[in-house]
Design a protein around this ligand. Structure first.
Ligand SMILES: *Cc1c(COP(=O)(O)O)cnc(C)c1O
Length: 386
């Protein structure tokens, strides 16, 4: 097969390790729902779903009906899938027929779900997402009584699987006051449901940050963990809170699942005073040697790293010189004289004693570490390694 210009390796051991660490934090009770929206945070949903199944996780959360279909294709018809975002009315019959669970955050959807399920002779598996102060999606609290009424009256057609909310930034200490308010608001909803005797099978609010930082109060019956399962810390605050909790200055309980590699395409000498690549972004201050790499921003390599980032060649850091182009960029290998065409280049990951972390890309731009991985094109081949 003709090769692509780069390749991604996904570590089964790393994923297993991360899921096990999350499990130690939340305890044995909650269902672990791995969030695999955005092509499994850019890792590749077709690979990540079977890897997660092998690691004992069989419930997945996604952002759309489209992504739920991808998960079912990758994991088989029996895996649990929860759509947290867009599910079009036209796709309701599909979701209900296949047992796909979905967030409901308006009364119209609840009514349509009941009607569609009744027509199909099935029960719609709904998670009532309530507004607690995040002000994204979420059923307004003044509509809760009507929702409860519907859930009770149409219990034949509505399977009340979950009641949930989403926290507005549990990854940041600075927003803790908002999180506390949301926890209180959610507790009020829980008590109302209790009082009315309509009990969901599960309550859930935690994403990675809350699951890691406040599992005692936030884990409930299910946790929706994305970023941490891929081995990425939700934020520096979460990592620091982890260190404070275990009273250490360093610790590495999460392991990056993804490694990204390419190869040196071309090597050449550049004379002092010459410019490298487009424009005048980089001028050689002395005679130098550069390596040309066969990928660029069209392949998910951020243009913001122009003249700033590094790659690894033969275990050494090679600085990017000039602009990252659409399909190639150049690195300085003057101090790596053995560098040659065909050398393996590590873009993200470890090579000998050096490594390039995903978080390092956040130093060049305002991009979140999740933003960087989410942009990795689905066309890059993925292989699962041990
Ligand atoms: C993306 C998302 C999550 C997962 O968040 P992480 O921080 O990646 O763990 C959980 N819940 C909802 C509603 C989300 O949109």
């Amino acid at each position: 097969m003709v090769q692509n210009s780069s390749r991604i390796e996904l570590s089964q051991a790393a994923l297993r390790n991360n899921l096990a660490f999350i499990r130690t934090r939340v305890g044995p009770h909650p269902t672990l729902s791995m969030v695999v929206k955005a092509n499994a945070y850019g890792h590749g949903v077709d690979s990540i779903v079977p890897m997660a199944l092998r690691a004992g996780v069989d419930h997945f959360s996604v952002a759309s009906g489209y992504e739920a279909e991808q998960v079912l294709a990758a994991g088989g018809p029996d895996v649990g899938v929860l759509v947290m975002g867009i599910l079009y009315d036209e796709d309701l019959p599909w979701a209900i027929e296949r047992g796909v669970e979905f967030f409901v955050f308006d009364l119209g959807r609840l009514e349509r779900a009941a009607a569609t399920a009744a027509e199909l002779g099935r029960r719609a598996r709904v998670h009532l997402e309530v507004e607690t102060g995040g002000n994204r999606t979420g059923l307004p609290i003044d509509e809760l009584p009507r929702a409860i009424q519907l859930l009770r009256k149409r219990a034949d057609a509505l399977d009340f699987v979950g009641c949930c909310t989403h926290l507005a930034g549990a990854e940041s200490l600075a927003t803790r006051f908002r999180i506390d308010r949301q926890l209180k608001a959610f507790d009020a909803v829980r008590r109302t449901l209790d009082r009315k005797g309509v009990k969901p099978r599960m309550l859930h609010i935690a994403s990675s940050a809350a699951a890691l930082v406040m599992p005692e109060i936030a884990a409930f019956d299910l946790v929706r963990v994305g970023v941490a399962s891929y081995g990425l810390w939700p934020s520096p605050d979460v990592y620091n809170m982890h260190l404070m909790r275990i009273n250490k200055t360093r610790d590495n309980p999460l392991t990056r699942v993804l490694t990204w590699k390419t190869d040196v395409m071309h090597v050449k000498s550049v004379k002092k005073d010459e410019f490298v690549g487009y424009g005048t972004a980089y001028q050689a201050a002395a005679d130098m040697r550069i390596a040309v790499l066969p990928l660029g921003y069209a392949n998910g390599y951020p243009r913001e790293t122009s003249n700033k980032g590094h790659v690894l060649i033969r275990g050494y850091k090679a600085p990017i010189v000039g602009l990252v182009n659409m399909n190639l960029f150049m690195v300085d290998v003057t101090r790596i004289p053995e560098a040659a065409v065909g050398d393996v280049v590590v873009l993200v990951g470890r090579q000998r004693n050096n490594k390039i972390n995903i978080s390092s890309f956040s130093e060049f731009s305002s991009a979140l570490n999740t933003e960087f991985v989410c942009r990795l094109p689905s066309t890059i081949p993925r292989t699962i390694v041990r």
